[in-house]
Design a binder for this molecule. Structure first.
Ligand code: ATP
Length: 222
């Protein structure tokens, strides 16, 4: 199975990397591709430009076998839609290989508001990264979807190329890119919140220093 992990990665940090490694290991993924988005659909645009975000991702992913970078959304015009990305990946790998889309538990709660969610499940499994023991979604439609699609064992994900939902317990690290940008804007160090190689790029390129102190989750753009 190949995994896909999309995000702004503005910047990539240990809160992304550790859960991603746990999924890679637990599900024995052949490869886990990090897919940085260009234009966000549901949130403010990234502050660092694509070149800087890619440089930080390359630096962070280099050390881990199985981690890979997929820049297709940066090369495509227009907003980054997961559905379009999955269709493109499917066209490349064919219809038979299982594909798993990694999303955080919070992101899963809003999954039915995404562009063509049910078509997304025709293209991929969903791997929901959850805090152990965390409550399942309350939304009735999402609960119904989970009831019909939930895989009880990871092996079920290898028995079909797409269509199942797997809840993966991962170590929760309360690190967010928003908090990292705010720290830098206040002149504080972000060392140990992200890999040293990423920290070095932020320092060298003086990234996020002039960033406005704002919360990416507080003001959705569209
Ligand atoms: P921002 O604070 O700018 O919103 P972020 O740190 O949440 O950024 P994104 O790049 O937008 O990072 O997130 C990509 C994916 O990583 C999302 O699915 C998100 O749920 C997940 N994610 C981000 N931070 C964590 C974390 N600390 N633990 C687990 N998953 C995370």
């Amino acid at each position: 199975m190949i995994g896909l992990f999309g995000g702004t990665f503005d910047p990539i940090h240990h809160g992304h990397l550790r859960p991603a490694l746990e999924v890679l290991t637990a599900l024995r993924l052949r490869e886990l591709r990090f897919v940085p988005l260009k234009h966000a659909v549901h949130r403010p645009q990234p502050q660092a430009d694509a070149t800087a975000r890619v440089a930080m991702l390359r630096a962070a992913l280099r050390a881990q076998p199985g981690f890979a970078l997929d820049t297709r959304e940066l090369e495509r015009a227009g907003p980054s839609r997961t559905y379009d990305t999955l269709r493109a990946v499917r066209a490349e790998i064919g219809g038979d290989e299982p594909l798993g889309l990694l999303i955080g538990g919070d992101a899963f709660n809003g999954f039915l508001d995404w562009h063509r969610p049910r078509d997304i499940l025709d293209l991929t499994h969903l791997i929901v990264m959850q805090r152990p023991g965390v409550a399942l979604p309350r939304d009735t439609a999402l609960r119904a979807l989970l009831d019909t699609r939930r895989a009880e064992q990871p092996a079920a994900l290898n028995q079909a190329p797409a269509g199942r939902i797997w809840l993966q317990a991962v170590t929760q690290l309360a690190i967010s890119a928003t908090a990292i940008r705010q720290c830098i804007a206040r002149g504080e160090s972000v060392r140990f919140l992200l890999p040293d190689a990423v920290f070095a790029i932020i320092e060298e390129q003086a990234l996020y220093r002039g960033s406005v102190i704002r919360d990416a989750h507080a003001a959705p753009s569209a």
